[in-house]
Design a protein around this ligand. Structure first.
Ligand SMILES: Nc1nc2c(ncn2[C@@H]2O[C@H](COP(=O)(O)OP(=O)(O)OP(=O)(O)O)[C@@H](O)[C@H]2O)c(=O)[nH]1
Length: 196
């Protein structure tokens, strides 16, 4: 089974770092090199004994590349929408991103809202509750993540893979899978990073 996942959000929220953390288990610190256009990496995850190949598209957040990335929305089964908890403007952009998703993506696309850079607690400007409230308003699951420490990065992709696998093989008598409940039960809060 193969699924297309896209990473979206303003420039600098950490999409490339988020993907590299998941793919290679590493963090690129230092210089910020903005993504040009679009790029993808594959990673296979095992969900309940089944291999799911995720083809993850890393898009450029900068406005000038928007027309390039729009063309890819249509094929995506899942979208990870990121903001940076230290940037109010990136959080304020989320509604505009959701409008854009509504316009260009498949109607039943799986969406997850992610508040990245949760490791930067001293520079936080967006409270966790604000992310939760926005996610609830749009009926999407929410996680705070850190590409730097790895917090909740794997969980975000696993939850997506589980949801897509569930949808693909949905049987009438199978208990339904609720991605929001799954994420809530599995997530680590930034305040308990010490044992990660
Ligand atoms: N502390 C911290 N820094 C991060 C995290 N994720 C990304 N960064 C930093 O944020 C900057 C931008 O990260 P990128 O991954 O390049 O951002 P992007 O969203 O891909 O940007 P575009 O390609 O322009 O859309 C880099 O300097 C990263 O080192 C994180 O979780 N924690």
């Amino acid at each position: 089974m193969c699924c297309k996942v896209m990473l979206l959000g303003d420039s600098g929220v950490g999409k490339t770092c988020f993907l590299i953390r998941f793919k290679d288990g590493a963090f690129l610190s230092g210089a910020f090199i903005a993504t040009v256009g679009i790029d993808f990496r594959n990673k296979v995850v095992t969900v309940d004994g089944m291999r799911v190949k995720l083809q993850i598209w890393d898009t450029a957040g900068q406005e000038r590349f928007r027309s390039v990335t729009h063309a890819y929305y249509r094929d995506a089964q899942a979208l990870l929408l990121l903001y940076d908890i230290t940037s109010k403007s990136s959080f304020d952009s989320i509604r505009a991103w959701l409008t854009e998703i509504h316009e260009y993506a498949q109607r039943d696309v799986v969406i997850m809202l992610l508040g990245n850079k949760a490791d930067m607690s001293s520079e936080r400007v967006i409270r966790s509750e604000d992310g939760e409230t926005l996610a609830r308003e749009y009926g999407v699951p929410f996680l705070e993540t850190s590409a730097k420490t790895g917090m909740n990065v794997e969980l975000a992709f696993l939850a997506i893979a589980k949801e897509l696998k569930y949808r693909a093989g949905q049987q009438a008598n199978e208990p339904s899978f609720q991605i929001r409940d799954y994420v809530e039960s599995q997530k680590k809060r930034s305040s308990c990073c010490s044992f990660m």
